[in-house]
Design a protein around this ligand. Structure first.
Ligand code: AP5
Length: 222
């Protein structure tokens, strides 16, 4: 309905470009970006109880138990900014049971975007990924090198971005992805993520514009 903020889910294998696209989406649409990976990494680095529990799973490339992640997401989604500005959920739901938790609470997106990228590209993207802990910006040693020496010096590598762990994360993703899809089939938009980030964003942008137009026109009809 008119004035109803956008609700977007973005999914895809490790390194399919979710985080990269989310930062572009947020800049244009001002949605609240809720990335379970980012939330969990923040808990780990500040050494909270959740962080202590999550660390060993994340370091080994395994999924963190559903209840921990679900509580985190549900409490973040219910905050006022998410309800007012709309939300962009990145990396959740990742299992059938997580999808069911949202269904039970009647939390559904307007659109479900899946970024599709071939395995060998995903592996190269993970291995080359670097993060700037100061800004949260995502880089890649070949594709998106840091803009200056100062940034280059502080870049870090994620502990789960080794070849072995990437392979196991990819396998976990594939095992779970299919079980979630039936929940969102009518909202599904699969996008070729193996193009430049600008071209991928153009496609997402036009999908989101359409969703906005549809929701405002349905108000005029009713
Ligand atoms: P999470 O942080 O969600 O990791 P992920 O799904 O593996 O996704 P990534 O962050 O690896 O990749 P991305 O798709 O965001 O790609 P990015 O934009 O960085 O989760 C981490 C861990 O947390 C999990 O393993 C699990 O333990 C736990 N966890 C999280 N959610 C959970 C849940 N719901 N339940 C249970 N446990 C959970 O891009 C990757 C690289 O490619 C970058 O270097 C980037 O610069 C480059 N790149 C991006 N786009 C392009 C492009 N178009 N062309 C060329 N290069 C590009």
């Amino acid at each position: 309905a008119l004035g109803e903020p956008l609700k977007v889910m973005i999914s895809g294998a490790p390194a399919s470009g979710k985080g990269t696209q989310c930062s572009m989406i947020v800049e244009k649409y001002n949605l609240v970006h809720i990335s379970t990976g980012d939330l969990l990494r923040a808990e780990v680095s500040s050494g909270t109880e959740i962080g202590k529990k999550a660390k060993e799973y994340m370091d080994s490339g395994k999924l963190v138990p559903d209840e921990i992640v679900t509580d985190m997401v549900v409490s973040r989604l219910s905050r006022q900014d998410a309800r007012e500005r709309g939300w962009l959920l990145d990396g959740y739901p990742r299992t059938y049971s997580q999808a069911q938790s949202l269904e039970k609470l009647n939390i559904r997106p307007d659109i479900y975007i899946v970024l599709d990228v071939p395995d060998e590209i995903l592996i190269d993207r993970c291995i080359g990924r670097r993060l700037d802990p100061a800004t949260g910006k995502i880089y890649h040693i070949k594709n998106f090198p840091p803009e200056n020496e100062e940034v280059a010096r502080r870049l870090i590598t994620r502990s789960d971005d080794t070849l072995e762990k990437v392979k196991s994360r990819l396998q976990t993703y594939k095992q779970n992805a299919e079980a979630i899809l039936p929940n969102y089939l009518n909202l599904l938009n699969k996008i070729d993520g193996n193009r430049t980030k600008e071209v991928v964003f153009q496609e997402i942008d036009s999908l989101l514009k359409k969703v906005e137009e549809n929701s405002s026109s349905s108000v005029q009809l009713s």
